[in-house]
Write a protein that binds this ligand. Sequence first.
Ligand code: ATP
Length: 140
Amino acid sequence: KEKTLAMIKPDGVEGEYADVIKKTILDSGFEIAHEIELQLNEDTAKNFYAEHSSKSFFPSLVQYMTSGKVVIMVLEKENAISDWRALIGPTDANTAKETHPTSIRALCGVDTGRNCVHGSDSPQSAAREISFFFDKSTSD
Ligand code: ATP
């Protein structure tokens, strides 16, 4: 089965959406193989989103991601990567509300920046992101 990295971002944890998101994950046929709750520090957030380091929104992204605790999960199922991306919906939560009203970002996201959840976008990023937070063996 395929694995992907899912994250409930600080606004999702703060807004107490973690339980309903986890229920949606399980109801959609994913297994939650690993789960940790932690507070990202600045270095970790910068490193995780290194591909965006030259973007104008990078400082606000780092501030947002360090503003409270996050819940990080390894999800497992057939087609976990694309199915989780489909379940979370578009990056911009306002678009999600219009075009994907049953998506998780429509439920708890606010805009393009504060969009409540993360999901790996490819097998390469899933492997990188899982080994970023968990033991190397977890991503195999
Ligand atoms: P994620 O990688 O978190 O799942 P994504 O793949 O849908 O999101 P990316 O384009 O990789 O979107 O952007 C990563 C994150 O950076 C977004 O989830 C969002 O929090 C933030 N972000 C993206 N674009 C903007 C923007 N224009 N303004 C502010 N923040 C943004």
